[in-house]
Design a protein around this ligand. Structure first.
Ligand code: ADP
Ligand code: ZN
Length: 211
């Protein structure tokens, strides 16, 4: 099963992806996660993208497309994958169509108010990338990841100024993909406003899986 998770920042794509990986048995590919790992490693890619990410802007299409193309050529994704955070522009979607055939696109439906609450409280594990929330989903021990013991921190692009920018970028560049994929008959709308357990149920329903 080859899936795209499409939705605004803070819609819960990464959080559902962790569960969907178990349900479907295919790997998650998070472009944001790959970029963050590159920043942490201070690799040439990381040095190039750090400022862009911190400002809430998009990494250029050429760089992003090359990265995903390379990733999708690997053995572990030949039976399927969940693309979390890619494509984010029409040119990215067009490029993807040239090197992979997507089965379905899950459209995370959530109002801006919900997004602001989630991003405002988001806490992330530096080591494994797991998403926590300062109010709704705290780590058992403050500042420490339940899953791997890594440090739980606030992403640089979750500062208020960058959040506004990311929502603007989403509306201008990414939201047009909803129409693009709807026209191709691939889009499945999913209510992403409830808490995660309910979102998992919504996901199974739209996918036609037993709940
Ligand atoms: P969120 O969905 O919460 O905004 P991500 O982890 O998906 O966060 O992405 C973080 C940042 O990584 C983006 O703001 C952007 O700078 C960069 N990025 C991730 N995916 C892409 C993409 N497909 N195209 C361009 N930039 C991307
Ligand atoms: Zn962790």
């Amino acid at each position: 099963m080859k899936l795209i998770f499409l939705g605004p920042p803070g819609a819960g794509k990464g959080t559902l992806a962790v569960k969907a990986v178990e349900i479907l048995g295919v790997p998650q590919i998070s472009t944001g996660g790959i970029f963050r790992a590159a920043v942490a490693a201070q690799s040439p890619l990381g040095i190039k993208v750090k400022e862009i990410m911190d400002a809430g802007k998009l990494v250029d299409d050429e760089t992003t497309i090359a990265l995903v193309k390379e990733r999708l050529a690997m053995d572990d994704v030949q039976k399927g994958y969940i693309l979390d955070g890619f494509p984010r522009t029409i040119p990215q979607a067009q490029a993807l169509a040239g090197f992979s055939t997507v089965d379905k696109v899950i459209n995370f439906d959530i109002p801006d108010s919900g997004v602001l609450v989630r991003l405002g409280g988001r806490r992330v594990c530096r080591k494994c990338g797991f998403n926590f929330h300062a109010v709704f989903n705290k780590p058992k021990q403050e500042g420490i990841c339940d899953h791997c013991g890594g440090e739980v921190y606030i992403r640089d692009d979750d500062q208020a100024s960058a959040i506004q920018k990311r929502l603007e970028v989403y509306r201008a560049q990414t939201a047009p993909l909803i129409g693009y994929y709807r026209e191709k008959g691939l889009l499945l709308d999913m209510d992403a406003s409830p808490m995660i357990d309910e979102i998992v149920i919504n996901f199974k329903k739209v996918m036609g899986l037993a709940v």
